[in-house]
Design a protein around this ligand. Sequence first.
Ligand SMILES: Nc1ncnc2c1ncn2[C@@H]1O[C@H](COP(=O)(O)OP(=O)(O)OP(=O)(O)O)[C@@H](O)[C@H]1O
Length: 465
Amino acid sequence: MKRANVTHLNYNKSVSQEIEGFSYRDLFHNLLDGILIINSTGRVEYVNPSYERMFGVSNFALIGKSIFHVPNDDIVLSSIKNTKKIQGFLSLPIYHKKISASASPLMVDNQYNGIISIYREEALGEVDTIEIYSNTQQKQAIDEAFESITGKSTLLRESLEIASRAAKTLSTVLIIGESGTGKELVAKAIHEAGQHAHKPYIKINCGAIPATLLESELFGHEQGAFTGAVKRKIGKFEQANGGSIFLDEIGDMPLEMQVKLLRVLQEREFERVGGNETIQCNLRIIAATHRNLEELIKEGRFREDLYYRLNVVPVHLPSLKERKEDILGLCDGFMKKIEGKTGIPAKTIDQEVIDAFHQYQWPGNIRELENLMERLMVLVEGDTITLNDIPPFISHIYGTHFEKRADHSLINVDCNGQMATLEDYEKAIIQKALDQFGSFNKAAKALGITHKTVAFKARKYNIID
Ligand SMILES: Nc1ncnc2c1ncn2[C@@H]1O[C@H](COP(=O)(O)OP(=O)(O)OP(=O)(O)O)[C@@H](O)[C@H]1O
């Protein structure tokens, strides 16, 4: 995905003349105020060192992440939602800090380009505040409707927290993830965790229905509207009224239907095909796709305006290879499920199989793992699943992965497929650069960051006193 660059501000002469020799990035880097820039797709584009210091986060952990991962999201979110400047105060009692914040849309030629948010520490007790966000909040509890979704990995839990929060509102949710990552499961849980759980939940696969039939499927038709329309049909939107509609594979929706869907999203009303009556709809829209909608927009195959209407709360579901720590729990859950259905007792899995599972990339994600476990439960006669029982394209990895680990990839995993945390990587990188170059300046140059950032991080990780 191509992200907008902070430096694009330089091109907008009317608002941002460059100061000789300095880019805006240089200036922001040296400010005492914290700066956060969100790009037009809702992802973190830039944070300066003061921001990192104020909120105790590392830019490595934030850059490229969705706004929903940013700790002070409420002010920024409100600015995105209303496309206007929002000011307020954040209270971080844990650090004895009160921070004034102001988030403003970045408009270039009347086009929304993202948000810039500026933070300044205020002395405690000097400001009358409305507490917008408190960093002492407990981690968001995930609604019990999400319990059927197995996985303890941080990536999955973060996504489920966002989905669970969105469930409490009627906001449109866009679930993005590779095929088989559980998008449908999450969509259902969002409906069930919402206040209209007892109302209908209607699913439609926008990619599976021929373009000519899709309009009538979604909005219904009147008797005689076209050849074959022998009686009135109630469409999915009408069936789902009061509840939720799940538009699966939204990226495959034909362009001409996208215009019609946009109107429903904007005006919350529609007509049946061949009908005059305008039907009001009051429902939650959940859309999902395994496609990269931003790429489709560039190719002219997806409407940008529809994308922004749908992408109100994006929920990114990680692929299985990004959360291999969940594999064992998933295997366990699937074996228990099959035991419940068939009476075949759950089996033990050999360590070698577990190793191979951790090395395998799972292109079909959880669906592939689920199908494999079902097959193994039925076909393996003993009570242990061994390397010989699993397909060769997975088992052969066991024999080769130890050599493979000595490859030249930047990121290594241990033999259990576990990765180090970003902070571990960051510490190792800073340590190595300082060992190799011997000064903040040279290390900073090699890493493409400022010497201040190197010094800050070296202190943060106790590499220097
Ligand atoms: N975290 C999970 N825990 C347990 N089962 C899961 C989990 N995620 C997915 N599954 C199971 O994996 C299968 C695929 O999930 P689902 O159909 O929701 O994926 P999807 O992302 O919607 O796939 P597609 O894009 O192909 O439609 C389902 O049988 C689902 O129950």
